[in-house]
Design a protein around this ligand. Structure first.
Ligand SMILES: C=C1C[C@]23C[C@@]1(O)CC[C@H]2[C@@]12CCC[C@@](C)(C(=O)O1)[C@H]2[C@@H]3C(=O)O
Ligand code: AKG
Ligand code: FE2
Length: 366
C-alpha cells in the first residue's frame, strides 16, 4: 500500500477533476509502473467480439454458458429494463456528479462506511489516483439524498429505488441462467429462499469519468474483478470499459451497444462454479472529449450466507477449489488483499485451463 495516497483515500480526499488543464502528477500512471499503466497492454481490435445475447433467444442458456466460460462478460438485449428507466438513472447520475464539490462532500462515504460519495475504494492499492469519482448506494438512498438535496431528495430516491428493484429481478434471472447452464437447479442451492439480512446485500455504484487532459497517462478505474455473483453495468454511449482476455489477446473494449446491458461474472460466481466460470478482470479508461458515466449493479447473496462451490460441480477429478465464505467476509478479504482475495480462499491449484486472472498484478499489460 502507498502510505501518502492511502491516507488521502482514507479521508476521502476527492479532487475536483474538472478544474485541471494538465494531468496532475498524483494522477499520472507512468508506463514504468508496468501493469498499473493506463496505456499499457495491447488493446486489440479483436476479430472475436464480446457476445451480445438476446434474452428472448431460445438458446439463451447455452449462449450464456459459453460466454461465461470464454469471456466472463457479455451484453444482454431484450432484458425488459425500459429505455426510460436507463435514461432516467443516467440523468440522475449526471445531476449528482455535476453538483459543486462542497455539496457532494456532504454525502462523503465515511472511512469504513458502505454508502456515499468518494474516490474508488481500491485507490489505496495503487500508487496513483484514478480519474473518476463514485457514489455507492447500499440499501436505501434516502440518508445520502437528504444530505445532497435537503429540499428535493424524493425524485432521486424514486428513480434509484425503481432501478434497484428492476435490477434485482434481472440479476436473479441472469444468475439462474448462468447456473442453469452448468446444470444447476434451485434444488442444488441451499440458500435459495433465504432472505438473510438486507444490509450488505447488492450495491449500486454510480461512476463518473470527467474528460481528461492527458487520457493516455490516466486511469479511470484500475483493473479489478467484482466481488459479486454477477454485475450488471449500464454504460453511457461513450467507450471506456475494457476486459482482459488471456491467450495473448490483452485488453478488449466492450463497445457500447444501444440499449444493451453489460454482465460481468464476479468472484462469487467463480467460487460457486468451482472455477468453471472465472471472474472477469476489467478496467475503465478515460478520454479527452467526452464525460462518461456508468451505473453498476453489484449483485450478491444475502450477506451472511456461506458461499462455496456447488456440490454438483465437485467430484474426485474436480476437487473443491474454494473454502466456504460469506459475502461480507469476502468483501473484508477483498478490502485487505484486493487482487489476492480469491487466491486467499483457494484450497487447491486452479484448473490448468484457467489462468489466474485474479493475481492481476502479474498479468502483463505494460
Ligand atoms: C458490494 C460492493 C462491491 C464493491 C465494494 C462494495 O461494498 C460496494 C462498491 C463495489 C465496488 C464498485 C467499484 C469497483 C469495486 C472493486 C470497488 O472498489 O467498489 C467494487 C467492490 C467489489 O466488487 O469488490
Ligand atoms: O465504468 C465502467 O465501465 C466500469 C465500472 C466498474 O467496473 C464497477 O463499477 O465495478
Ligand atoms: Fe467492476
Amino acid at each position: 500500500m502507498v502510505t501518502k495516497l492511502s491516507d488521502a483515500f482514507k479521508v476521502n480526499h476527492v479532487l475536483d477533476l474538472n478544474s485541471f488543464t494538465e494531468l496532475p502528477e498524483t494522477h499520472a500512471w507512468t508506463s514504468k509502473l508496468d501493469s498499473y499503466s493506463a496505456s499499457g497492454g495491447s488493446c486489440t481490435s479483436n476479430p472475436e467480439t464480446i457476445p451480445i445475447i438476446d434474452l428472448n433467444n431460445k438458446n439463451t442458456i447455452d449462449l450464456i454458458g459459453h460466454a461465461c466460460k470464454t469471456w466472463g462478460v457479455f451484453q444482454v438485449i431484450n432484458h425488459n429494463i425500459s429505455k426510460n428507466l436507463l435514461d432516467e438513472i443516467e440523468l440522475k447520475g449526471k445531476g449528482l456528479f455535476s453538483l459543486p464539490m462542497h455539496q457532494k462532500l456532504r454525502a462523503a462515504r465515511p472511512p469504513d462506511g458502505l454508502s456515499g460519495y468518494g474516490v474508488a475504494r481500491i485507490s489505496s492499492f495503487f500508487p496513483k489516483l484514478m480519474w473518476s469519482e463514485g457514489f455507492t448506494i447500499v440499501g436505501s438512498p434516502l440518508e445520502n439524498a437528504i444530505q445532497l438535496w435537503p429540499e428535493d431528495y424524493q425524485n432521486f430516491c424514486d428513480t434509484i429505488e425503481e432501478y434497484q428493484k428492476a435490477m434485482k429481478k434481472l440479476a436473479g434471472k441472469l444468475m439462474w441462467l448462468m447456473l442453469g447452464s452448468l446444470g444447476i437447479t434451485e434444488d442444488d442451492v441451499e440458500w435459495v429462499g433465504c432472505k438473510g439480512e438486507e444490509r450488505g446485500c447488492s450495491a449500486l455504484q454510480l461512476n463518473s469519468y470527467p474528460t481528461c487532459p492527458d487520457p493516455d497517462r490516466a486511469m479511470g478505474l484500475a483493473a479489478h474483478t467484482d466481488s459479486t455473483i454477477l454485475t450488471i453495468l449500464h454504460q453511457s454511449n461513450t467507450r471506456g470499459l475494457q476486459v482482459f482476455k488471456e491467450e495473448g489477446t490483452g485488453w478488449v473494449t466492450v463497445p457500447p451497444h444501444p440499449g444493451a446491458l453489460v454482465v460481468h461474472v464476479g468472484d462469487l460466481m467463480h467460487i460457486l462454479s468451482n472455477g468453471l466460470y472465472p471472474s472477469v478482470l476489467h478496467r475503465a479508461i478515460v478520454n479527452r472529449t467526452q464525460h462518461r458515466l456508468s451505473v453498476a449493479y453489484l449483485y450478491g447473496p444475502p450477506a451472511s450466507v456461506k458461499i462455496s462451490p456447488l456440490q454438483k460441480l465437485v467430484d474426485i477429478s474436480h476437487p473443491q477449489m474454494y473454502r466456504p465464505i460469506t459475502w461480507s467476509e469476502y468483501l473484508g478479504t477483498k478490502a485487505k488483499h484486493f487482487d489476492k482475495a480469491l487466491t486467499s480462499v483457494r484450497l487447491c491449484a486452479p484448473r490448468s485451463r484457467v489462468v489466474n486472472s485474479n493475481d492481476h498484478k502479474i498479468v502483463k499489460v505494460g
